[in-house]
Design a protein around this ligand. Structure first.
Ligand code: HEM
Ligand code: HEM
Length: 218
């Protein structure tokens, strides 16, 4: 049977997503070793610290390359993520009933990103910047910076670690396991979702971009 599909994420976006995910997981695990005193023995000969710094370099360089290659789509993504309207408030009100009981009636139509995705974008951008600034100060100014400032940097880095680390579990659950998000995974792997899924989950985006020119694939 032939099903109709549309492209949700282009290949460069998917490559960036998975490289960034790999770097984040490395940073999370090597950070955990420093964060939990009982695991401190793993960091004793400093190899986890070296890997943390390699992970940080990838975490910073990958999006910079992407921004240089395609500044337009980064700007578009940021604009979408940071533009909120009445439908986003409607989404926030309807989301608990939708995600826990599967009742779709109250869900307002969404654009390319739904409100939950906008919130995740917001977190990735804001906490990503906090990680980079606080991490760079701990890395390059360890000797020069006052002890009080360094303590603050560790504190903010730890808060970002706790917040993004816990939200990542929710992101993975929604992207991979939640029964209503059944095409999320293919959106970020093959890049494609069915037109029905696009219409149901991102109606405004679908109508604006594809309603009159559907792509046929098997
Ligand atoms: C992206 C840029 C990042 C840079 C430049 C960076 C850099 C650093 C540096 C220099 C340290 C101190 C390590 C040491 O004592 O030798 C550190 C610690 C740490 N990092 Fe990162 N990091 C970054 C991102 C992340 C991310 C994404 C996570 C977790 C998701 C993370 C979690 C941690 C944790 C938990 C610690 C231990 C802090 C403590 O001592 O309590 N870092 N990081
Ligand atoms: C194993 C870890 C991860 C998995 C399985 C995963 C999976 C996914 C999936 C399936 C999507 C597509 C959602 C959709 O459009 O329906 C997605 C989107 C996205 N992911 Fe991840 N992801 C992971 C880690 C990360 C990390 C570490 C970051 C940030 C550093 C991140 C940032 C994003 C962003 C910004 C989007 C687009 C907005 C959204 O859909 O929430 N992801 N991810």
């Amino acid at each position: 049977m032939t099903r109709q599909e549309v492209e949700k994420y282009r290949k460069p976006v998917r490559i960036l997503h998975w490289i960034h995910t790999g770097a984040f997981i490395v940073l999370f695990l090597t950070g955990l070793v420093l964060f939990i005193p009982a695991l401190g023995f793993l960091a004793e000969d400093s190899w986890t610290r070296v890997i943390h710094r390699i992970g940080a370099a990838v975490f910073i360089i990958a999006p910079i390359i992407y921004i240089i290659l395609d500044p337009g789509s980064v700007g578009k993504g940021l604009k979408q993520a940071f533009t909120w309207g009445a439908d986003d408030l409607g989404w926030l009100k309807a989301a608990p009933v939708y995600y826990f009981q599967g009742k779709e009636e109250g869900m307002p139509p969404q654009g390319a990103m739904n409100t939950g995705q906008k919130m995740w974008w917001f977190m990735v951008v804001v906490f990503g910047a906090l990680f980079v600034v606080t991490g760079a100060i701990m890395w390059f100014a360890k000797e020069a910076a006052p002890a009080g400032l360094l303590q603050w940097m560790v504190f903010v880095h730890d808060i970002a670690f706790i917040v993004t680390g816990s939200m990542l579990f929710l992101h993975i659950y929604l992207g991979v396991f939640h029964p209503l998000m059944k095409e999320s995974w293919s959106a970020m792997t093959s890049g494609k979702i069915s037109t029905e899924y696009a219409r149901a989950h991102h109606e405004k985006w679908y109508v604006e971009n594809f309603s009159d020119k559907e792509e046929k694939t098997s």
